[in-house]
Design a protein around this ligand. Structure first.
Ligand code: NAP
Ligand code: GDP
Length: 339
């Protein structure tokens, strides 16, 4: 192992990838990220960490690649020789997975085994983190912990379950230090705009500014355990520093319904939700996950991780951030996502 630890992150351009990069850079890691080729810039969440590519001593390196391109993954692993691999890349939207089930299975499911196999093919000595999901529990009633029966309710959940078992299997078959973080929903001002929390907090900002009057949602009775993404990446890192690999649930242990979250968010801006909320069945899923609430006591016992921010504070924090972002946009100022 080199003196400076090296990490390779798939999904570095996503919400968690950006927070994890910040964390690892602050810890002195050299961070390498896999970036999909896109016809427009897709590195907005990393802009505030940008390092000049001409700088030889830079610590953040971006590489083009894709979880569907196995050969590229082998070559990249051989080149980077990481000490830790974080597999955060995925088609990560549950509703979209019903429209694109085959693609979701390929990227989110098979992509995981492709990356695990690439680690073997490149013959690198590395620890492996798999971004597993509470969506794997699906219809199993809360609270959910590591012993809860899996019953996924979407192609996304099914694909994540494949990735989960692939990770367990490579640990058992080849002795790879491979761990699953079974993370419950986690949000932030960097959350994708079509996930329900961010959709709500952006709508609050726009309604408060007089730019929008209505917010269309689907099932507002679904219950989720929403935590703060900036805290969850610390759990990922701790899992890979632990003495032994394993599978851990990460969540806050508290939860509210989508309506509860929306009520807190609207009230925080002095708005009445009922005046603006409209129902649109387009946002319903063919099968719903009714309630997810984590029992993360094993993670706390194993490596001392515990959530600090709970969903009510998260809703307020996200409203404040979205109002600032909108103010910057309206004033024509550069919007930086270093929140
Ligand atoms: P996200 O913001 O949607 O980011 C997903 C990342 O995957 C993006 O960087 C995306 O690239 C990349 N990606 C998509 N398709 C890819 C492909 N074919 N090849 C390589 N990369 C690809 O998700 P997140 O919220 O940060 O979540 C991180 C991981 O944790 C995901 O695997 C997610 O499923 C899982 N997870 C999330 C939660 C949650 O509540 N946030 C809970 C449990 C598990 P682009 O930027 O180019 O789209
Ligand atoms: P998920 O838990 O990974 O599916 O995260 P989402 O943020 O996409 O959805 C959380 C819950 O909000 C699910 O039960 C959805 O059915 C519900 N929901 C209700 N209205 C909407 C909506 O307009 N968009 C999204 N994304 N979810 C919605």
């Amino acid at each position: 192992m080199s003196a400076t630890k090296k990490a390779l992150i798939t999904g570095i351009t996503g919400q968690d990838g950006s927070y994890l990069s910040e964390l690892l850079l602050a810890k002195g890691y050299e961070v390498h990220g896999l970036v999909r080729r896109s016809s427009s810039f897709n590195t907005e969440r990393l802009d505030h960490m940008f390092q000049d590519p001409h700088e030889v001593s830079r610590t953040l390196w971006l590489h083009h690649g894709d979880l569907t391109d196995g050969t590229g993954l082998v070559n990249l692993l051989r080149e980077v020789q990481p000490d830790e691999v974080y597999n955060l890349g995925a088609q990560s939207h549950v509703r979209v997975s019903f429209d694109m089930p085959d693609y979701t299975a390929d990227v989110t499911g098979a992509g995981t085994i492709r990356l695990l196999e690439a680690i073997r093919a490149a013959d690198v000595e590395t620890r492996f983190y798999q971004a597993s999901s509470s969506e794997m529990f699906g219809s199993s009633p809360p609270p959910q912990n590591e012993d809860t029966v899996f019953h996924p309710r979407s192609p996304y959940g099914v694909a994540k379950l494949f990735g989960y078992w692939a990770t367990v299997n490579y640990r058992e078959s080849y002795g790879l230090f491979a761990s699953n973080g079974i993370l419950f929903n986690h949000e932030s001002p960097r959350r994708g705009e079509t996930f329900v929390t961010r959709k709500i907090t952006r709508a609050v900002a726009r309604i408060a500014a007089g730019l929008q009057t209505e917010l269309f949602l689907g099932n507002v009775d679904a219950v989720r355990d929403w935590g703060y993404a900036a805290e969850y990446v610390e759990a990922m890192w701790r899992m890979l520093q632990h003495d032994t690999p394993g599978d851990w649930v990460i969540g806050t242990g508290t939860a509210g319904s989508v309506r509860d979250f929306a009520e807190v968010a609207f009230a925080h801006a002095g708005l009445d939700l009922d005046k603006h909320l409209r129902y649109d069945r387009r946002y319903n899923r063919p099968a719903e996950v009714d309630a997810l609430v984590a029992d993360a006591s094993r993670a706390e016992a194993a490596f001392g991780w515990k959530a600090s921010t709970h969903w009510e504070d998260l809703a307020k924090l996200m409203v404040d951030a979205d109002r600032r972002i909108l103010e910057d946009e309206l004033a024509g100022r550069l919007v930086r996502i270093d929140r």
